[in-house]
Design a binder for this molecule. Sequence first.
Ligand SMILES: [Zn+2]
Ligand SMILES: [Zn+2]
Length: 370
Amino acid sequence: MSRSGPAVLLEDYGAGPRLAELEAAPPGPGEILVEVEAATVCGTDVHIARGTFARLARLPLVMGHEGCGRIVELGPGARADAAGAPLALGDLIVWAHNWCGACYYCAVARQPTLCANTMGYGWGPYGGRLNGTFSRYLHVAAASRVLRVPGGVSPALASSSTCALRTVMHALDRLPPIRFGHTAVVLGAGPVGLYAAAAATAAGAHQTVLIGAPANRLAAAESWGLTARIDIDGTSPAERVEAVRQLTSGRGADLVLECAGPPGAFSEGVEMVRKGGTLMVIGQAHGELVPVDTTGLKVRQITVASTLSADISHFRDALCFLERHGQRFGFSRAMASETYPLERVGEALDAMAAGREIKPVIDPKLTDRQ
Ligand SMILES: [Zn+2]
Ligand SMILES: [Zn+2]
């Protein structure tokens, strides 16, 4: 069947994204054609649209890397999801980036997020395959692992799990288990930080401290039973380090999850972690050099770890986490904010950039009704 639909196309950083009607070719062997049910906006999309990541993105591109969709056509070759469930028309699914499965990092190191031959949705280039989520239709590549979304998880939340939450799950996978006596500090109150604070709490941490801004993001975690929520607007780094020490008998946190981004967050994390503790770097995305007291790191026996993206096992952890704990943390209310049609993606990007919203939702089906 021949289909086409609107998609947000970025051809030129100066001109910005525009809406285009693009053909949704029938899926090839192993491919899946989905109708995007919900997409969500990420800080990364703002950087891509503005050209900050021009060295990595490949124009022209169909924007959007977070999303979930309903299967409208299955390419030749029977497909099951990564957990073994059969796939059928109408199923709501999420998908991981496309890793080759054959390079050293995929096959030997078992860290496909380091794959040498990757294709990332929303990063381009567009070449006849709809590989971005700000689009009516999307081609899930044959090499992308997919998962069915559990019944109790809304499309908007499932979409938000495909970037922020699955990255948090990857970070936790790379760490020793959180213990019931642990204090976890989360730096950054964006979607990654909020999910990290919820996950650390659900994993059993004795104390969880969330540090970030603006106030509306900290307020999203109001009912989560966190030990403290500290606004970086109006406090100094020294005051925040002191607050963490006060909560931990002067020792510092067992675990600091850096989900903030700016260089100062790394330095603050080093100060906040206890001797022998771990600083997990998830947010850093500035490209600047940060001075580090490497002797101090050694003497204090600090572990510095880092995480980028996630493989399909972390997507499954993320969906299971939402299924089990979604209601407890009220994520639907806390995370998902206004819903936009494709024509208003520019406004959604602005709202994300300004921190007015936590996770703007894009619903391509709304576009028809405008
Ligand atoms: Zn993202
Ligand atoms: Zn690979």
